[in-house]
Design a protein around this ligand. Structure first.
Ligand code: FPP
Length: 281
């Protein structure tokens, strides 16, 4: 948080939003569904790939701002297992952009102490993309600031399938398949995000009210922030506004909070038995 304030000019809009944030309640993990590149391009009569190209700068901005805010993790949905259905030239254009991003961003990742990790079924990516991802993962492996997860050839369901198979494989290797017990912890430790806190905040751009097979297990209690802004237009101001909006939410994780009305069974006016007789609304 201190780093962010140092990078901002006192008085400007981002500084005003940032200074009003509660530094103790910055989300540990933010996940983003970066949507709307195609629509951004269509509005300008550009080919779709130019929309993706315009989406690279906001990727750079959220990574840098996330690191300055002191996030533990930022997970970006860059390519889903379903995205292979797009025209070949668009998919190939996305790989070119990813390689361009990796080459250009390495110095910034190092300067901001960001560890880049690609999550997804990486073995199906073109060889040169795998190689460049691996090189950047190796070079940033010892960085101890924010972890930047790039979800590539990622699907929430395939991640769960991979986790279950990993659980089975480990049990087979250790010879304890018969006593294998599936628990929430066992599943969580075999996900691509093992060891990270679950996202506190899930941002989706371009207004669609969908999860699109993203982090299905991990977002169980995430707060959702959907904005009409198309991804190439997503700014630092809006990222800070999303965090400010998140800080005004009341997170209950299925329980009750101090501001919730007193539960019926503790109300002095109504006995539990009487409450059960009340007609259902
Ligand atoms: C969704 O927009 C976006 C994607 C499928 C790809 C995301 C890629 C980037 C942000 C560019 C580069 C990324 C990295 C990590 C360097 P869409 O095409 O579905 O938009 P539409 O719904 O308006 O058609």
């Amino acid at each position: 948080m201190k780093e962010l304030l140092q990078a901002l000019t006192p008085g400007e809009r981002d500084w005003q939003i940032a200074t009003r944030l509660d530094p103790k309640r910055i989300p540990a993990h933010i996940a983003i569904i970066m949507d709307g590149n195609g629509r951004w391009a269509r509005q300008r009569n550009y080919p779709r790939i130019l929309g993706h190209k315009a989406g690279v700068d906001p990727v750079r901005m959220v990574a840098e701002t996330g690191a300055q805010l002191g996030l533990e993790a930022l997970t970006l949905y860059a390519f889903s297992v379903e995205n292979w259905k797009r025209p070949r030239h668009e998919v190939e254009g996305l790989w070119r952009l990813l390689r361009f991003y990796l080459r250009r961003e390495l110095p910034n990742l190092m300067r901001n102490d960001i560890q880049l990790v690609a999550v997804g079924r990486l073995e199906s990516l073109p060889g040169p993309v795998q190689d460049e991802l691996q090189a950047v993962m190796d070079k940033t492996a010892l960085n101890r600031g924010m972890r930047l997860n790039l979800a590539i050839n990622y699907g929430g369901r395939t991640e769960l399938v991979d986790a279950m198979n990993a659980l089975l494989d480990n049990a087979r290797l250790e010879g304890n398949l018969d006593s294998l017990e599936i628990t929430e912890e066992a599943i969580a430790t075999h996900l691509y995000t093992a060891g990270l806190k679950d996202p506190d905040l899930l941002i989706r751009t371009s207004g669609e009210m969908r999860i699109s097979n993203f982090l299905l297990w991990q977002i169980a209690y995430a707060e959702l922030y959907v904005t009409e802004t198309l991804w190439p237009d997503f700014t630092r101001t809006e990222l800070l506004e999303a965090i400010s909006n998140y800080q005004n939410r009341e997170r209950r994780f299925g329980g009750l909070t101090l501001t919730s009305p007193a539960p019926v069974e503790t109300s002095p006016l109504l006995l539990e038995e009487e409450a059960l007789e009340l007609p259902l609304a």
